[in-house]
Write a new protein. Structure first.
Length: 354
């Protein structure tokens, strides 16, 4: 999006209001949980916020749309429900206790009501902001959950569309995928993909990030005697440069996983078996823990799951305790079909060639 100066001020007000309401909801839920009381529903908190808006101290909440605060309360209560489901065992996913959003570290975004979102050419109408120019023309059919966000350089609007599932032909093909710390991804057919972090482009950006971090450390060391050293113009400039470098690295890694997952979906398998090791255990045993974190395996799983759901492909995730029993000792082809610790896999073609 390309907002004007006055529109950008209103966008920042909406972002700040969404973060404050989210943190306020988290605070109320923590106090309530500490004293052993029942979970506060989002309707109860929203009624309380409506009364707060009438006070002179919280009149600034009326500067933005009501749906911004409403959805922030829903997001916070939804995060608490996921955590409670983890505690009582109703969900298999491990979710930590919701944390507060920090201004410099959290994602800068807010919600806009889909029913009040209007699109006309390369312009969109946002609540209490007005018509904002966009780079692309958005479709106005079946829009769900529009979110406006800022990534440090540009403003974006992300929308979801309701689409029908495609019916595809079956071919009884099963594709196995293995994740570990040596090479980021390997297929059961023997194909392996190198890490994007080993490319010269990423290494060059990381060296630049190291120089910026050293420059920031020197500046903070010089201005450490001042009380408000973070308010200096030079420090703000270096922090903005570092944020843009992090943004560039994140986009490169995310785009790399998009390319791999798209290639997997184009193979049109009936079933995908995703085998991965415990990342926490791998980080504790491996000296290259920083390199493993840079691979962003969670982003790969997230993209693969939603693309498989859209393409009607079954995906199953299993854990491998001993990868040596599943790999051919000659060509390193992986067989995901065998089970048992005493069964060792040797590829038939390799056995005939010996």
């Amino acid at each position: 999006m390309f907002p004007t100066a006055s529109q950008e001020v209103k966008l920042w007000q909406s972002v700040g209001t969404a973060r404050w309401v989210y943190n306020y909801t988290i605070c109320m839920q923590r106090i309530n949980y500490r004293f052993g009381q029942q979970f506060i529903s989002d309707n109860g908190i929203r009624k309380h916020l409506t009364k707060m808006k009438k006070r002179p101290k919280y009149e600034w909440l009326n500067l933005v749309s009501n749906n911004v605060a409403k959805q922030a309360v829903k997001d916070a209560c939804g995060a608490y429900r996921k955590w409670f489901n983890t505690l009582d065992g109703t969900s298999n996913l491990y979710v930590e206790m919701p944390k507060y959003k920090v201004r410099n570290k959290s994602r800068l975004s807010f919600y806009n009501d889909s029913t009040r979102l209007k699109i006309k050419g390369k312009s969109i109408l946002l609540e209490k902001i007005g018509w904002v120019r966009t780079k692309e023309v958005l479709s106005n059919k079946n829009i769900v959950n529009p979110r406006i966000s800022f990534d440090g350089k540009y403003w974006y609007i992300a929308v979801s569309y309701k689409i029908e599932k495609t019916v595809r032909s079956t071919n009884n093909h099963v594709l196995g995928i293995y994740l570990n710390g040596q090479y980021p991804i390997a297929f059961s057919t023997g194909e392996k993909y190198t890490s994007i972090n080993e490319s010269e482009k990423v290494k060059k950006i990381e060296r630049r990030l190291c120089r910026i971090q050293k420059q920031l450390d020197r500046k903070l060391k010089i201005e450490s005697n001042r009380k408000a050293y973070e308010q200096g113009k030079n420090v703000k400039k270096i922090l903005s440069q570092r944020k843009l470098v992090y943004r560039k690295l994140s986009n490169i890694r995310e785009n790399y996983w998009h390319q791999i997952t798209s290639e997997i979906i184009k193979r049109n398998p009936d079933k995908i078996v995703l085998s991965s090791v415990c990342i926490k255990k791998l980080l504790s045993e491996n000296n290259q823990s920083n390199a493993i974190l840079k691979e962003r395996f969670y982003e790969f799983k997230r993209q693969l799951y939603y693309k498989c759901e859209r393409a009607d492909i079954l995906i199953v995730e299993v854990n491998m305790n001993s990868t040596a029993d599943f790999c051919c000792s000659k060509c390193q082809t992986i067989n995901f079909g065998i089970r048992g610790k005493n069964n060792r896999f040797i590829r038939l073609k390799c056995q005939e060639s010996r």
